[in-house]
Design a protein. Structure first.
Lengths: 87, 151
């Protein structure tokens, strides 16, 4: 469920892997944001970093897959997951 | 112990084969994914695997559990390499034991197919020409399907 934006910024940790890690130039960053959902957080960080076009990206919050409409809360660990290629 | 694991060291199939041995098993099927020297018409010199380990182990364990529910197997395991691999290196190993071969083959196939599409692992190929690329991630803007980006 998309909620209203946080009025006061919350603190989240974002971790980057693979192509996103190389693009951003770091494995993690602590972000202060008013984004209400992980989708809004992605859009905000995309504006900041200009992520490359990636096809279908997924998202995890606190090491669980989530929908893009999932809420983002203070202290969350958020990971954006570019298309995978195991095996 | 989780039935899915990441390894930063060379995978030794014999060690994992022992872990799936079971007195009820009349069949053992395994799959090994190796690093090949070409992809999409380009010469490949080495590979690099990166994993989101905390989520990857959970998702991998879930896949092995699904295989054990779908097929009558005795034991199943999967190990995936991380780090820099050379041509011929073992990248992923799957082993399944079952009373009969049909279940062993089917579960082995299920595990490798699901691992490739669901576990957060990324592969970077280093090419003979000196450049490199993340597989499935390097999309030319003309190829990007409309609306595929996050909301």
């Amino acid at each position: 469920m998309a909620g209203q934006s946080h009025t006061a910024p919350i603190a989240v940790r974002v971790e980057y892997f693979a192509v996103l890690r190389e693009h951003v130039g770091q494995s993690r960053e602590d972000v202060r944001t008013t984004a209400a959902t992980v989708g809004e957080l992605y859009a905000e960080l995309d504006r900041r970093h200009g992520f490359p076009p990636l096809g279908r990206v997924k998202v995890a919050v606190n090491d669980e897959f989530r929908e893009w409409s999932a809420p983002v809360r203070d202290g969350d660990l958020v990971v954006f997951i570019p298309p995978v290629a195991g095996g | 112990m989780s039935r899915f694991a990441f390894s930063r060291e060379a995978i030794v199939p014999e060690a994992h084969r022992q872990a799936v041995s079971d007195p009820v098993a009349g069949a053992y099927a395994s799959f090994e994914g190796w690093v090949r020297n070409h992809n999409d018409g380009r010469g490949v010199q080495r590979l690099e695997y990166e994993g989101y380990e905390a989520l990857g182990v959970k998702e991998g364990e879930k896949i092995v559990a699904e295989a054990c529910e779908r097929f009558p197997v005795a034991r199943a395991r999967c190990v995936h390499r991380l780090g820099v691999l050379d041509i011929g290196d073992l990248a992923v190993w799957v082993g399944v034991t079952a009373a009969h071969r049909d279940a062993a083959f089917a579960a082995c196939r299920y595990i490798i197919d699901e691992v490739k599409t669901r576990v957060p692992i990324w592969k970077k190929e280093h090419y003979a020409e000196g450049d490199s690329g993340w597989i499935n991630c390097e999309i030319r803007s003309a190829d990007a399907p409309a609306g595929s980006a996050p909301p």
